[in-house]
Design a protein. Structure first.
Length: 308
């Protein structure tokens, strides 16, 4: 066989081998992704889990502070300091030490007050930068001044996680390059431990699942899917992307587990939790609980879903 023919034959065999391997991966893709995304080690909502590759250990359930959040207020903050204190103290008593905040919610001063006197290593602080101009905020265009203000409002030297809030398209990487660069610098200085985005668009979510800059993703997920239940695609579409994100080492925190208040029946809540946990779609989850009774309800339902 001539040298040219030999090369052609080797190329042909290589092509066939690669094609067959690719076909096999496509067929086995969901199984492979499932194998690469481990089930949570948590047995209850207050158990500590590691968030992706960040090294951060937080409770499986986060205390959301932004239910119906807008203009630096939320249902939790609008209820007043006493109500907020009772709520978060009750969550802490259940082991829920993961505080989900945002500039949009106005929850930083409330969290600061309720956590006074508790050692910093006993809780996890996550907040989000709103990157677009609005009546209530004029962004700097970066992250340094925002994070400095967040730390002052929280009376802390360090944020565990800082996200760019509410990504609405697949161009966010370039659109918010300066914010990303400044968050990366703050991460290098150990002022922030992990960075990422919260997503409200399927294209944005797909980019986040692949992009090397992202450590952690807030993703809208439940067992219903579609805009009616505050998700960015069908259940199948979003689930596939979240499995891919976890396989890529991203931490995924599920939000809108109850469809932003659309899934209120006990059986609906249970079905959503069972699906999200059973499909290994998240590292942790956040729920915007507003009353101690809601904390108890969520904790009990999550324990049942984890046991299943």
């Amino acid at each position: 066989m001539s040298a040219i023919k030999l090369v052609h034959e080797q190329n042909r065999r290589s092509f066939i081998k690669t094609t067959l391997a690719g076909a096999g991966a496509l067929v086995a893709g969901p199984a492979l992704l499932r194998a690469q995304a481990p089930a949570t080690s948590a047995t209850r909502a207050g158990d500590l889990v590691t968030l992706g590759k960040t090294g951060i250990k937080a409770s499986f359930l986060a205390q959301g502070t932004g239910y119906n959040g807008y203009n630096r207020s939320s249902a939790q903050t609008r209820a007043g300091k006493d109500s907020f204190d009772r709520l978060v103290r009750h969550s802490l008593d259940q082991g829920v030490n993961f505080m989900d905040m945002a500039d949009l919610y106005g929850s930083h001063p409330f969290v600061r007050e309720v956590l006074k006197g508790i050692n910093r290593d006993r809780y996890v602080l996550l907040s989000k930068i709103w990157p677009r101009k609005a009546d209530w905020v004029s962004p700097s265009g970066g992250a340094k001044s925002e994070v400095d203000r967040f730390r002052q409002e929280l009376n802390t030297d360090m944020l565990d996680v800082c996200l760019i809030h509410c990504m609405m398209n697949d161009q966010w990487v370039g659109e918010y390059e300066r914010i990303r660069d400044e968050l990366s610098e703050l991460k290098q200085k150990k002022i922030i431990r992990a960075v990422g985005v919260s997503c409200h668009d399927f294209g944005a979510l797909k980019v986040a699942a692949e992009h090397e800059w992202v450590d952690l993703i807030f993703a809208r997920i439940n067992n219903k899917g579609g805009g009616e239940y505050s998700m960015d695609g069908t259940v199948e579409e979003v689930s596939a992307v979240l499995k891919k994100a976890r396989a890529n080492g991203k931490a995924v925190v599920g939000m809108k587990l109850f469809g932003a208040g659309k899934l209120v029946k006990p059986e609906e809540k249970d079905a959503s939790l069972k699906y999200v946990i059973g499909e290994r779609l998240v590292d942790a989850m956040t729920i915007g609980m507003c009353k101690p009774e809601e904390v108890d309800d969520s904790v009990a339902r999550i324990a049942k879903a984890l046991a299943a």
